[in-house]
Ligand binder design. Structure first.
Ligand code: FE2
Length: 187
């Protein structure tokens, strides 16, 4: 499998390769997955989320070991767009309806570039019906969508460390271009 081709890149600071040190007590990705699964399997907790017919809705949760966590509602046809998680790792699971995750089969640097031309064959698509989810690493780039035209989807997400930022990308064929960087005060 080929690595993605860098089209343009600026030198990244030396700290970019290891954006944070994971403390010994930090929750593992497997523990984050256990957490989101346990919330998704609890109908009373899931029912606390009020679904909006047009907009995504959310409740912030207390994640394990200081992790950031969310219960999210997805109206039909909504999607995140391509993004990363600023170097955090995490997990998510569908609690109701079905989500579709489109992701890349290679980890991408979470800083130091503005445009990438992806090699062929890196796209992965997975359907995540209720009860299905995944953990992901620090350099995971994906988009998540509710492709249903009729049904809401509900999902549970956890990130460690709490998201320092999210980089949003525009995808045009095999080209991924940095669009905006969002910081926690904007979500
Ligand atoms: Fe994400």
């Amino acid at each position: 499998m080929s690595a993605p081709t860098l089209v343009s890149a600026s030198p990244a600071p030396a700290s970019a390769a290891v954006p944070f040190e994971v403390p010994d007590a930090a929750p593992t990705a497997a523990e984050l997955l256990d957490f989101v699964r346990s919330v998704a399997a609890d109908p009373e907790r899931v029912a606390q989320l009020a679904l909006d017919p047009l907009d995504r809705s959310w409740i912030r949760l207390e994640g394990p070991g200081g992790a950031e966590a969310w219960l999210l509602g997805w109206p039909p046809g909504t999607e995140t767009g391509w993004h990363d998680h600023g170097g955090s790792y995490g997990a998510f699971v569908t609690a109701g309806g079905e989500l579709t995750e489109e992701s890349l089969a290679v980890p991408l640097p979470s800083e130091g570039w503005s445009s990438l031309e992806l090699a062929e064959g890196l796209d992965r698509t997975r359907a995540l019906p209720a009860g299905k989810g995944r953990a992901f690493g620090r350099n995971h780039v994906h988009q998540v969508a509710n492709r249903s035209e009729e049904r809401h989807a509900i999902s549970v997400h956890a990130y460690y460390p709490p998201l320092p930022l999210i980089r949003r990308y525009l995808r045009d064929g095999r080209t991924l271009r940095l669009d905006v960087v969002e910081h926690p005060e904007t979500w």
